[in-house]
Design a protein around this ligand. Structure first.
Ligand code: ZN
Length: 230
């Protein structure tokens, strides 16, 4: 095969390999967990802490209610035991019981408030968990698809590299190194097709003599961009 044909095939393979590399990097980027999911997980953790906080708070407040009830019971028992003879002391104990009862109301309100806050935080947690699980499932499906795509890209690139090797083995070393240098310098595009009478690389309109050389299969460069024409 003529050198220019080999180089044109090599260029085709390299363009495909470039595309594979780009797609692989793009997929890799897309495989990191999305910010939204990370944020949601942080919200779930915060909601879990909130539930724990209200569970503890509720327990404490209910204990306070129980303690107050015990105190009232004790004072009432003393009051109705008949042991207090002094009427002024009886009034004082009675007033104490009433004040204990008033405070009990406050304590009961606080215990109820804790129960309501606990229920509210549990509902928030349930909702956040559901949203998180749904979004996680969507992302996992997407990631699995990306993983399969990555495997296919790797396999494709492996086949291309094997093909590339059979081509490079047939190429004179000087032509190969010239090609590599041109690819580096010319944005990955060293060999371009003739597009009618124009250069397929820069689009310049080519003189008839150049077109004829290309058609005859000679190594010809575009006088404008310097790429090889095939
Ligand atoms: Zn050109």
């Amino acid at each position: 095969m003529r050198t220019i044909k080999l180089l044109a095939t090599l260029q085709q393979i390299d363009l495909e390999l470039d595309a594979d590399r780009r797609k692989f990097a793009e997929n890799k980027e897309a495989m990191t967990p999305p910010e939204g999911l990370k944020k949601l997980l942080a919200q779930v953790k915060a909601a879990e802490n909130e539930v724990t906080r209200w569970q503890k708070e509720r327990k404490l407040r209910e204990e306070a209610v129980a303690l107050q009830q015990a105190k009232i019971k004790e004072e009432e028992a003393r009051l109705y035991s008949g042991r207090i003879k002094d009427p002024r002391e009886q009034v004082a104990v009675q007033q104490h019981v009433e004040s204990l009862k008033r405070h009990l109301e406050t304590l009961e309100e606080r215990a109820l408030e804790a129960l309501m806050e606990l229920e509210k935080s549990q509902a928030t947690l349930t909702q956040l968990r559901q949203t998180f699980e749904a979004q996680k499932a969507t992302w996992m499906t997407r990631r699995e698809a990306l993983e399969k795509e990555q495997e296919a890209i790797v396999a494709h690139a492996r086949r291309l590299k094997a093909k590339r090797e059979t081509i490079t083995k047939q190429l004179p070393a000087a032509d190969l190194s010239q090609y590599e240098a041109m690819r580096k310098k010319l944005g990955g595009l060293a060999v371009v097709k003739l597009n009618g009478r124009s250069c397929g690389g820069c689009g310049a309109s080519l003189p008839t003599s150049v077109v004829q050389q290309v058609q005859a299969g000679e190594m010809t460069k575009c006088p404008i961009c310097g790429r090889l024409l095939s």
